[in-house]
Design a protein. Structure first.
Length: 215
């Protein structure tokens, strides 16, 4: 990234998030790290959320690429935000947040996504095998297929709600969709990543059958 800090500060979040997504994906790709843009403007383009201002970039990488991604980002001037955590809890950490002096937004690099219960490496490969691209900042950004994006969006919304509120949260997810989804296709996509039970309230809100915890 080139330019002055003042140039970065002049960017609005609406400009910085899509631009940062494209730049970070290219930076990681040059280091051999595959990544998806998740949530934010990528999911608006995929029709799984209504347009709204995003405050950060969200990327999803293969869990085996955590070290390579960290080396790549810190080598380009990004720095880890937050406190160092003990290695004993490393297995419950699912993302790392980075900041940069030249951008007003942060980036969350996810190597695991809560609610995708299959093996994390297999989850990423399943997403990658059906990947698509979306237009961001005058370029193309790599993103999950629309059904996988809906599953990630649903998990993002459901995890902030109490279990008794999942039905209402699922209805809000479906109300924000900007394209139709076939519940059976969403179930098939959920099976690929171990999320059939996790997204059952959204499948139900789409008109599909509710799964129990054994499905």
């Amino acid at each position: 990234m080139t330019g002055s800090a003042s140039q970065g500060e002049d960017l609005t979040l609406a400009e910085a998030v899509p631009l940062g997504t494209v730049l970070l994906q290219r930076l990681l790709a040059d280091a051999g790290v595959r990544s998806f843009a998740i949530k934010g403007p990528a999911f608006v383009e995929l029709g799984v959320r209504a347009p709204k201002e995003s405050h950060d970039v969200d990327l999803f990488i293969h869990p085996a690429d955590r070290a390579a991604a960290a080396a790549c980002l810190t080598g380009a001037g990004w720095f880890v935000l937050g406190y160092d955590l003990p290695p004993e809890i490393d297995d419950i950490i699912y993302s790392t947040t980075y900041g940069h002096d030249m951008l007003p937004c942060t980036v969350d690099v996810h190597h695991v996504y809560p609610g995708l219960l299959a093996d994390p490496g297999l989850v990423f490969e399943a997403l990658w095998s059906e990947r698509t691209s979306v237009p961001l900042a005058g370029a193309q950004a790599m993103a999950p297929a629309a059904e996988h994006a809906l599953i990630i969006e649903a998990l993002h919304r459901l995890r902030s709600a109490e279990e008794q509120q999942w039905g209402d949260a699922a209805e809000r997810v479906v109300a924000g969709l900007r394209r139709p989804f076939d519940p059976l296709t969403v179930v098939a996509a959920a099976d690929e990543v171990g999320a059939r039970w996790s997204v059952a309230p959204v499948v139900s809100a789409l008109g599909g059958a509710r799964s129990d915890r054994t499905a």
